[in-house]
Design a protein around this ligand. Structure first.
Ligand code: NAD
Length: 370
């Protein structure tokens, strides 16, 4: 039997801990029933770590995250931390974790489950069967470029500056992940920028084209301007397979694509780092939603986004596509049988609790793996 995987669990704040309880049950199920086993570590992060240790990310948690085979995060934040100093706020812990782990590739799938088609604001025929993956560069670009800030000009008025900057290596490494992911999907990549008006856009296009020619000629590549991509995402989203784009455009386009699927409680994500010499990548998996303080502690939260994040971990960190499929199929079947938490409940349906949804997924796993 293969060695156990080390998994660091960071439940965080608000609904984070309660959805994570359900994921722990699924991890235990895999431990018992499948070939993969896990050694689990757990640490507070965000507000929970601030309350316990006066910092949103302890050195111990960071060091465990750097060494773990994968990290699974719930969510961080809450109104009680709004007045904490900036570097002590829950998000500061998350940002430091992403930065130290150098998680440059953010994967945001937009998958429409048949049973939830009506939750999308778009027409059924536009989103039916939708399965796209937005790959956003996460550690460079205009959110990090220097110089930045507000300055006072000679005439006494002020101006603000942000700098969009990308090195060749930063573009190459995220584009390579995009091509590799596409090879395991429908083998198509759209590279998205604004080459019509931005120097970084022209450069991005050039670097992606060269990389494609030298290493990924078997993958179909198309270039698209970001504004057109936004339009195409709501016009005809199924034309896409993998979209690779920079930090700013990825931020916007991934939220747009996410909403095609209708519900925040259903959306998983993954953030990957560079491969080391053994081929291992640092990686963190987390739902797209936040800590939902309005429903925290009420056993009402939808745990599926975090359960699907665990499925992404099986697929992308451990190469266990069949096991990931099993989790996704169990979720799909539970939804098809009418299992709904309150955020996705339809007219005439009864909502189940967070625990009830966990029970249903486990029962379905037992059934389909029997
Ligand atoms: P949110 O995602 O927490 O909640 C938005 C709305 O969606 C709320 O009405 C909430 O009840 C609902 N919702 C979210 N997840 C749900 C789920 N799994 N099941 C059912 N309903 C769900 O966003 P927000 O209200 O803007 O932020 C709340 C806190 O979360 C803030 O402190 C914010 O900073 C933080 N936040 C954290 C992350 C993260 O940890 N990655 C991401 C976004 C927001």
């Amino acid at each position: 039997m293969a060695a156990n995987k080390t998994l660091l669990i960071l439940p965080g704040d608000g609904i984070g801990p309660e959805v994570m309880v359900q994921v722990r049950r699924i991890v235990d199920w895999f431990d018992r029933r499948r070939a993969v086993g896990f050694d689990i570590l757990e640490q507070p992060v965000g507000g929970a770590a601030y309350d316990a240790h006066g910092t949103p990310l302890t050195d111990e948690a960071l060091s465990e995250a750097m060494d773990a085979d994968a990290v699974l995060l719930g969510a961080v934040g809450g109104p009680q931390y709004d007045n904490a100093p900036r570097d002590k706020r829950p998000e500061a812990g998350l940002l430091r974790l992403r930065k130290e782990m150098d998680l440059f590739a953010n994967l945001r799938p937009a998958l429409v489950f048949d049973a939830l088609i009506d939750a999308s604001t778009l027409k059924r025929e536009v989103v039916e069967g939708l399965d796209i993956l937005i790959l956003r560069e996460l550690t460079a670009g205009v959110y990090f470029g220097e110089p930045r800030g507000v300055e006072t000009l000679a005439d006494g008025t002020r101006r603000a500056i942000d700098t969009q900057s990308y090195t060749e290596a930063e573009i190459q490494r995220v584009a390579a992940v995009g091509f590799e992911l596409a090879r395991k999907r429908s083998n198509r990549v759209h590279s998205v920028e604004k080459a019509n008006v931005m120097e970084t856009g022209v450069f991005w296009r050039e670097v992606v084209t060269d990389l494609h020619e030298s290493r990924f000629g078997d993958v179909e590549l198309q270039h698209m301007y970001a504004d057109n991509c936004a339009m195409q995402l709501v016009r005809q989203p199924r034309q896409f397979d993998v979209i690779v784009t920079d930090n700013l455009f990825g931020d916007i386009l991934s939220d747009c694509a996410a909403m095609l699927t209708g519900s925040l409680g259903m959306l998983p994500s993954a953030s990957l780092g560079a491969e080391d010499e053994t081929g291992r990548r640092r990686a963190m998996y987390e739902p797209v939603h936040g800590s939902a303080p309005d429903i925290a502690g009420k056993d009402m939260a939808n745990p599926l986004a975090t359960i699907l994040s665990f499925a992404m971990m099986l697929r992308y960190s451990f190469g266990l596509g069949d096991d990931a499929d099993l989790v996704e199929r169990a979720v799909q079947n539970v939804l098809a049988a009418g299992g709904r938490t309150q955020d996705i409940v339809g007219p005439g349906m009864e909502a189940v609790s967070t625990t009830g949804m966990g029970d249903a997924v486990l029962a379905e796993l037992d059934r389909i793996a029997a």
